[in-house]
Design a binder for this molecule. Sequence first.
Ligand code: SF4
Length: 516
Amino acid sequence: MKKVLLGNEAIARGAFEAGCTVVASYPGTPSTEITESVARDFPDIKSQWSPNEKVAFEVAAGASVAGARSMTCMKHVGLNVAADPLFTFSYTGVNGGLVIINADDPGAWSSQNEQDNRHYARAAKVPMLEPSDPQEAKDFTRAAFELSEKYDRPVIVRTTTRISHSQGIVELADPEQYQIKPFVRNPKKFVMIPAHARPRHIVIEELMLKLRDASATLPFNRIEWGSTKRGIITAGASYNYVKETCPDDSILKIGLMWPLPDELIRQFAQKVEELIIVEELDPFIEKYVRMMGIKCKGKELIPLCGELTPDIVDAALNGNAHENRIPPYAGKIPARPPALCKGCPHIAVFSVLKKLDLNVNGDIGCYTLGVLPPYSAMHSQGCMGASIGMHLGFEKANPALARNSVAVIGDSTFIHSGITPLIDLVYNKGTGTVLILDNRITSMTGHQENPSTGVTLRGEPTYELNLEALCRACGVDRVTVIDPNNIEEFEKVVKEEVAAEAPSVIIARRKCILKK
Ligand code: SF4
């Protein structure tokens, strides 16, 4: 049977067909729909939102050690949060297959950076698969579980925004009747004290070499012969642009991104007169090919930054000026920058912060739009949970500056990684004010539940985390809960708390208007 599926839905289907039992994730564009699709379409898979990507990874790793096939899904910066377990569970290996879906965002359409997570596969010594369309997204995800068990490695499946969010026809297959493996106590494999880690390091190096040697014959990589005047090595979304704009050239399509297939690369390079690497973001394949002593062209033709398009590839490889294809209305329509929704609860918050002319250490969420006019009321922002630690840094560096500053963080982001910096702020005698913008949902990624909403991913009622009690337990005595739309009272509370010589938390609680 065939079905039109989003790349992300195809990944969910691949996990289902592989007999995956547990999926734990944290939402993040462009990966969010994978876990939502699992929860909606495959109720037999135990699926959940975790408080952050590290916890999600560890839940999936626990399920793997217990013998089940398991998966965790996150965006590229989420893997930074989960990097700690990634590197150590690479050493332990798996029992049931363990698959990590990592969605990169070339072009930074909805992210704070364009980091290229192919480097994680090399650094953590784990295999990485990279599909080029929804069919491959499903097939590669399914195959990743087998690869994981066969080579005793967690396996990363890397997508990009264009693959995650494109639709295509997908041939479905029957699900495998996977039997959960028994859990066998094996501390030498699963407890990474130094005496166990050292020999495991040798084991995983050997496993990766074995996989590299097998990579020429694995079905993920293929050569499509055309004219041997020019050969192009490419992968992921870029493969589609090369097919469209260079139909006569020979192509080596990489599906197993790590370890790269030395043998196949050599065979291909020997037969073509000119070798070009077409890849988005970093020269990951290009540097590898050059390290092998093979001459090639890459980033001198293909942009290092931003997402590729067929026009960019056509211009770079065929000299066809892609400016010719820019539509006549381009540049004539006024730009429409993103904005907080009409009636958004954050509007009152940023209006007051602007009026009081406070320095605002911001965080990741809809409320980051407080940086833009008409509010222009955010002055630093880094990664999930950074606002509170940065606010303490302000105080340590310049107490007078800190007296005129606040930290702003959303409810979901606070749970994700704001609790530990709040503990730090109290422990290290900070006196700053933290505003938790509690809109009762994880809005920016499309309204996902979180531990403070009292509802699970699957819509079941559960324990509702009490943010005010949690802040008090962290040692903050001055905790105020207020509706920010009660604007005069809200302004008074902000003034009082900023002036107080003690740590304080203001929970600005009002539902996201779209959720309401
Ligand atoms: S989705 Fe909700 S929280 Fe986000 S900008 Fe719109 S109203 Fe505000």
